[in-house]
Design a protein around this ligand. Structure first.
Ligand code: GLU
Length: 507
């Protein structure tokens, strides 16, 4: 077993957009595969045709691509173990269901949905729940109770039937989970799950086990919600005689709401104003959900924050590249308990990545926004500006708010600042400062500052109140980077003109 090449799969059902918890599952699979020099497969589990959502498959692939999670084998990539879409593998499964019937591990059940409904209602009336299991199957209409001729008749009649797993009686299933250790369940608590439906398609359980076996999957890494299915899966491996190559299992902890109360759900994001999905999603019915990409997250920041939801490096380090994650990742360091999602921390991650991005890279992201605003400018100028403002932002979409004054003169002035700072002598003092600046020959931040300072000191004026009102003239508010850097970038003419305009208009 230990010599087998590591092969893992991410096996989503295309029932809608991929939740960030799903992306984390994909990421942990990917990190594990790459750490061990193995393969990462994307298998689409679409046997439940009633839940198929158009566009979901593309959404899943685009999400992984955006995150930099590279698929080695999948519906688009191909591979030696295909097809990778279960609906294209339908011919494969019947034989395995038949094999279980032949070995006595499964049986045909002919009870119609109507008949089962009646039983459910009857049970409800006496405050019980009907379960198709070892206790009830002996009184129901199936190949365990009917004669072989009757079974033949049913099968030939064309009436709907299903194939169910014959759960052993009072048997202790002992399972190993890399994250949770040993898990034990008595089969008397389990029902006889449907494995195969008369529409010719297997259910999730059968298809999943058969495919993991045929695709030579060595490790199954999936969400905690699948832990209750594990006993059945282990029993299926045993029934097929595949124990020696059975994958090792890891069930990842849930992602919890920011309050810590309950699972992070699809609706939480829109309710609380943060994304829960990697990409923007619009359903056929027109329902939309925001995405990390569209909200302005950098994909590497998103991957970084996801990695720390449930995995702990064992050090104080919080910022990791994908390569570092691959090197450091281990399933043993995945926590058992759920991890609370903190949207503020998510923004913090994006800010950290903002600081690490080169200015040149950020220019490429900012230029289209400027273009949209009709601003023609040089990339070199934008590069300087971005360098000055990026430490005040979390997202590129905040750049304009922090830098519009580099491109456009203010059209209004913050009334609060006017009230507080625009004292009687100010217009005169600013005019003097402006005149001094007009005589600076080699105009740049340093020279402008020297000239302004000399003027203020020479006249014995208050440095703070002049600098603050100068900022009001140039920016329109009390925000922005170093004032003299602003002057240098907008240039002498523009600086003088803005002071003029402000002195003329502010009352
Ligand atoms: N199709 C299942 C899902 O949607 C896969 C579970 C598993 O990984 O076994 O999550």
């Amino acid at each position: 077993m230990s010599e087998r090449r590591v092969r893992v799969r991410f096996a989503p059902s295309p029932t809608g957009p991929l939740h960030m918890g799903g992306v984390r599952t994909a990421l942990f699979n990917y990190l594990f595969a790459k750490k061990h020099g193995g393969d990462f497969l994307l298998r689409i589990e679409d046997t439940d045709q009633t839940r198929f959502v158009p566009g979901a498959e593309e959404y899943i692939m685009e999400s992984l691509e955006w995150c930099g999670i590279k698929v080695d084998e999948g519906i688009r990539e191909g591979g030696n173990y295909g097809p990778y879409r279960q609906s294209e593998r339908r011919e494969i499964y019947k034989k395995y269901a038949d094999q279980l019937i032949a070995s006595g591990n499964a049986y045909y059940a002919f009870d119609s949905p109507k008949e089962l409904d009646v039983l459910r209602k009857e049970a409800e009336e006496i405050k019980e729940t009907f379960t198709y299991n070892a206790a009830t199957r002996g009184q129901l209409k199936n190949s365990l109770t009917l004669s072989s001729t009757e079974v033949e008749k049913h099968l030939l009649s064309g009436n709907a039937y299903v194939i169910r797993f014959k759960m052993p009686i009072n048997h202790e299933v002992v399972m190993q989970d890399i994250i949770r250790g040993e898990v034990r369940v008595n089969t008397d608590t389990l029902d006889d799950k449907v494995l195969f439906k008369s529409d010719g398609l297997p259910t999730y359980h059968l298809a999943n086990i058969v495919d993991d076996h045929l695709m030579e999957i060595t490790h199954v890494i999936r969400g905690e919600e699948w832990l209750p299915s594990l006993p059945l899966h282990v029993l299926l491996y045993q029934s097929f005689g595949w124990e020696t190559t059975m994958p090792k299992f890891s069930h990842l902890p849930l992602l919890l709401k920011p309050t810590g109360n309950g699972k992070l759900s699809k609706r939480d994001g829109d309710k609380m104003g943060f994304p829960v999905f990697p990409l923007f999603w619009k359903s056929e019915e027109g329902e939309t959900a925001m995405g990390y990409r569209e909200e302005g997250y950098f994909p590497d920041a998103f991957v970084n924050l996801l990695a720390l939801l449930g995995w702990n490096p064992g050090t104080e380090q919080e910022i990791f590249t994908m390569d570092e994650l691959i090197q450091l990742f281990s399933l043993e360091r995945v926590t058992k308990s759920g991890s609370k999602f903190d949207p503020k921390k998510a923004e913090w991650f994006n800010h950290q990545y903002m600081l690490m991005k080169s200015n040149a890279e950020l220019v490429q992201l900012y230029l289209p926004i400027l273009k949209q605003k009709g601003i023609e400018t040089s990339p070199a100028k934008v590069e300087r500006i971005v360098g000055l403002i990026k430490d005040r932002t979390r997202f590129v979409k905040e750049f304009w708010e922090q830098s519009s004054f580099f491109f456009e003169a203010p059209t209004s002035y913050d009334p609060e600042i006017i009230k507080k700072r625009w004292k009687e002598g100010i217009p005169g003092q600013l005019t003097s400062v402006k005149d001094v600046m007009a005589h600076v020959t080699d105009f740049n931040g340093i020279n402008a500052k020297a000239a302004v300072s000399a003027c203020i000191e020479g006249n014995g004026w208050n440095f703070g109140s002049i600098i603050n009102t100068l900022r009001l003239c140039l920016v329109g508010a009390s925000k922005g980077p170093d004032l003299f850097e602003i002057m240098e970038i907008i240039g002498k003419e523009e600086t003088i003109q803005r002071i003029d305009t402000a002195v003329r208009t502010i009352k």
